[in-house]
Design a protein around this ligand. Sequence first.
Ligand code: PGA
Length: 252
Amino acid sequence: MKKLIIANWKMNPSTLREARRMFLALKAGVKSNKSEVVVCPPFVYLAAATEVFKSGKIRLGAQDCFWAENGPYTGEVSASMLKSIGVKYVILGHSEKRAMGENSETVGKKIKAVLKSNLTPVVCVGETAEQKQKGDAFAALEEQAETIFGGLSGQQIKNIVMAYEPVWAISTAANSRSCPPDEALTAILFLRKLLAKTAGPKAGQTLPVLYGGSVDESNADDYLRNEAVSGLLAGGVSLNVKKFLKISQSKV
Ligand code: PGA
């Protein structure tokens, strides 16, 4: 199976000019079909990205969306709007959004809207440092996953991508440290069990589950090596085009 390598640019870069330069460099660098590469820039750069990526192998993703299709929701962007400009993937439930008030209920509503527009939600779940310290990491994952899955049919679940995102292993987290690859794998296998329980054993085995904590070009392969890890949701390192391209060309 091809690995899915997603770049989450978060709120970067600062100008459209810089974003365009990065789109062009990525397009020039992603030539082979080794992995599926998805780039998720801020909303305001998506239209420019569509232009650059309309030919080539890179797919476009957004970092969030709202659950309604349109209406009086100041500042929000809907899944159907994203679809209309060529977006294919939407990251939902990222811990940085959860820290700003997002919860698993709203994530569930957004997943439905994204699926309704025939886009692929990339659903992030993960435990905080505090939950981990208390020995509650798996309980936290289970609670988030079950709240999210609770509102979805088995068929809907079969169309999502999950990302395990240990909140304590994200570069923006206070005292961030890296999550050893074997720990990431254990959590991913646990998520696969939860998927199997809700959507059937085949879904548990075959649905894409990504690693979403910090990686860099020197350790990405350590996470990708096990076939249970379907790919990466890369943050900070994806702003360095050279390093991100190196990760996307992983041979594992
Ligand atoms: P980071 O972010 O790579 O900058 O640590 C990862 C993430 O937020 O998924």
